[in-house]
Design a protein around this ligand. Sequence first.
Ligand code: HPA
Length: 246
Amino acid sequence: MGLLAIIGGSGFKRLPALHGINEYQVTTPYGATSAPVTRGRLAGHEVLFLPRHGPAHHLAPHCINYRANLWALRANGADRVVGLAAVGGITAPFGPTVLAVPEQIIDYTHGRAHTLYDGDAGAVEHVDLTAPYCAALRQTLIDACHHCAHDVVTFGTYGATQGPRLETAAEIRRHERDGCDMVGMTGMPETALARELGLRYASLAFVVNWAAGKSGNPITMKEIEENLGLCVERVMAVLTAVAAAR
Ligand code: HPA
């Protein structure tokens, strides 16, 4: 079996519980990764880690080299990837600090390098994305939440927006009409590229604010950071349980 890789997002420039760390600068056909690939042990189990916004959180969602990141993880032995995702909540079950394992995703991003089949990349393959997330890895995440006695929402559609600005209230109403339960800025093209690379991929989302227009107040960074802080410990515990799951 290959390695579990974890892609960190907002709030996870590093994984506090990761020990015995080695870092690898990886050369990829797509250019530079967001950071060196980290290999370490989570509760004694070998995992890979990569912070998608970079070590100093300096890469905006549309500036992330998703292709290089996923390619580098696979080249270093990953066969499955958990993408951490700070999100805004749209529908009632997705209030701040809720953990969720989304089931579907809608792509509203544009202008990102979103496929490996670019230029003369050989025969184009049209990968099936009916079920965008790996069912087995989703179940492992859900079981890990239960193992840690943390509530988790086991459904939901993630709307991937362009950012880095937050949405307007009208945009969020539109996303809700489309069927989105949560919004984030990095779920695409990461999810689709993982499928193109043959990586099993699932997302562990944590809600850090009500999406625009949903609380009656403007969204503040203070609120986002406070809610993020309230999620870190549970997310770390769940990741540790996922690393230990066989
Ligand atoms: N919108 C988009 N992305 C996000 C949000 C949001 O409200 N919160 C955290 N990531």
